[in-house]
Design a protein around this ligand. Structure first.
Ligand code: GDP
Length: 209
């Protein structure tokens, strides 16, 4: 299954690596639309980005030390960017978002005007861990639209998948999107692409609706 059929799918295929940002001065201009993608380490975030953009190695799926404090920017065009946030949740010390994401990442999330949506990637077998909830609650308070993606759905049988989806759905605000996904099979790719279109092409929604 590929993403080539919809305009949004085509756009996502144009995603190119732009930069890894280590401090606020390096951030690209705060313009256009940015969608950030977050998830616990190993949740499947890099695989999701690669599948979404139909590129095998756009986001690195191997872990490299030093990636914990940087923002990785990809752009489809100068006004539409995807921002890969560092994986969280591995720290031994439990703590709030600030413990994991001090400085750069916290200020980016708190202040970035171009940031119009947050995708939270979770392993469907371990959804809504404390660190996920912290992020989701924080984004809710900031009024940042969210889409939760339960990935590795190919690891569950259909019944378990439906049950997990319903459980997660029941625990988050109605405005938050929730879906199953598999980078391996492509399940949920269209739904995720559609959610991205909602953020990247808001004018289209107005025209359609
Ligand atoms: P990240 O740390 O969140 O970027 O996670 P990765 O994308 O590197 O994935 C972590 C591990 O899960 C890797 O071994 C991937 O091959 C595997 N993985 C990721 N997505 C899927 C999926 O949809 N299905 C299956 N079966 N494995 C996946």
């Amino acid at each position: 299954m590929t993403n080539s059929l919809t305009p949004m799918g085509k756009l996502l295929r144009q995603a190119r690596y732009v930069a890894s940002i280590h401090n606020l001065r390096e951030l690209p201009p705060d313009a256009g639309v940015e969608v950030a993608i977050a998830g616990r380490s190993n949740a499947g975030k890099s695989s999701l980005i690669n599948r979404l953009c139909d590129q095998k190695a756009l986001a690195r799926t191997s872990k490299t030390p030093g990636r914990t404090r940087q923002l990785v920017f990809f752009e489809m065009d100068p006004l539409r960017k995807l921002v890969d946030l560092p994986g969280y949740g591995y720290a031994k010390v439990s703590g709030d978002l600030k413990t994991h994401w001090q400085g750069l990442i916290q200020s980016y999330l708190d202040h970035r005007l171009a940031l119009k949506g947050l995708v939270v990637v979770m392993d469907i077998r371990h959804p809504l861990k404390d660190s996920d909830r912290e992020l989701i609650n924080w984004a809710g308070m900031r009024g940042l639209p969210q889409h939760l993606v339960l990935t590795k759905a190919d690891k569950l049988k259909h019944g378990q998948l439906t049950q997990t989806l319903a459980k997660v759905r029941a625990q988050v605000d109605d405005a938050v999107g929730v879906q199953a996904f598999s980078a391996t099979t492509g399940l949920g790719l269209e739904q995720l692409t559609e959610a991205m279109a909602h953020w990247y092409e808001p004018d289209k929604d107005l025209i359609a609706g």
